[in-house]
Design a protein around this ligand. Structure first.
Ligand SMILES: C[S@@+](CC[C@H](N)C(=O)[O-])C[C@H]1O[C@@H](n2cnc3c(N)ncnc32)[C@H](O)[C@@H]1O
Length: 273
């Protein structure tokens, strides 16, 4: 690894919570950690921010009624405060992205329109909005509206005129057999059918909103090259980091909950790489 790249991984004045080779975790508020990173230093950002949907409601999981509350970090602080939060972290991410860099942000209707508005206000150039279809989504309890069975993932470029990375051939011709909607050797479309995390992805404990490794594998492989620096400001159990490490990308993860970084460490230490 060249010296400049090593510096990016550990340049912030806060001590890393964990570092092993090209995999670095920081404990803290992402706005604080991002402010310590240099301009134009990151190739790709995947962000799975709070969806602000922990409102005391209920859903069904494995045939049982369960609370939708994910944690204090997911409680809405009201429309304007939630919007300001999304605007501020997206602004901080834009500064650290390289000019050709891209950012992915996931959400449901509770948050994704706010993120989309903030992205456009900040001058990002939207490339796609992916619909992540969940084949076995939980049923709707009230039976008064449709069963929510997808999340939206917006993909945007920092600068309108830059040339971003898109590994077109791999998306078209790669092995995506886990996705029942992807036809072999045809272009990858913007609706992806991906199952929830497999039991082995949760063997060290589960994060309440853990993303499937198959989803992050596709995101990392589509929009980065080997050796690129990937950042996740809301790392949680570091699914983004695991997909990055397995595919020879460098990773910087940030989360403000120590328990989630402990889970991330266990997942990383279990990798056979
Ligand atoms: C939706 S979860 C991410 C889950 C992750 N994608 C995974 O696969 O495990 C959002 C995470 O953001 C963290 N978080 C919320 N606000 C934060 C902030 N201001 N700075 C850093 N982390 C934050 C929470 O602790 C939570 O783990």
């Amino acid at each position: 690894m060249v010296v400049a790249e090593r510096k990016i991984l550990s340049i912030v004045s806060d001590k890393p919570y964990f570092i092993n080779g090209n995999f670095v975790l920081y404990l803290g508020d992402c706005l604080n950690i991002l402010s310590q990173l240099p301009d134009n230093s990151i190739d790709m950002i995947f962000a799975d921010p709070p969806y602000n949907l922990s409102n005391g409601g209920f859903s069904v999981h494995a045939g049982r009624m369960v609370s939708v509350n994910k944690g204090i970090w997911d409680i809405s602080r009201g429309f304007l405060d939630d919007y300001e939060f999304h605007y501020r972290w997206l602004e901080a991410c834009k500064r650290v992205l390289k000019p050709h860099g891209t950012l992915w942000v996931s959400g449901t209707y509770h948050s994704i329109y706010q993120c989309g508005h903030a992205l456009q206000s900040l001058g990002y150039h939207i490339l796609n909005d992916i619909s992540w279809f969940k084949p076995n989504a939980s049923p709707n309890l009230s039976c008064r509206f449709f069963t929510a069975s997808h999340e939206t993932i917006i993909w945007a470029r920092k600068e309108k005129k830059a040339k971003h990375v898109f590994n077109y051939d791999l998306m078209k011709n790669g092995d995506w057999t886990e996705d029942k909607l992807k036809k072999p050797n045809l272009q990858m479309r913007s609706v992806w059918s991906v199952n929830p995390p497999k039991p082995e992805e949760k063997k060290y404990g589960k994060h309440p909103t853990q993303k499937p490794l198959d989803l992050l594998r596709r995101i990392v492989l589509s929009s980065t090259n080997k050796g690129d620096v990937v950042l996740d400001p809301f790392a949680g159990s570091s699914t983004t980091g695991i997909a990055s490490a397995l595919n020879d990308r460098k990773f910087i993860g940030i989360d403000m909950e120590k328990d989630y970084l402990e889970l991330s460490k266990k997942r990383f230490n279990d990798l056979k790489i």
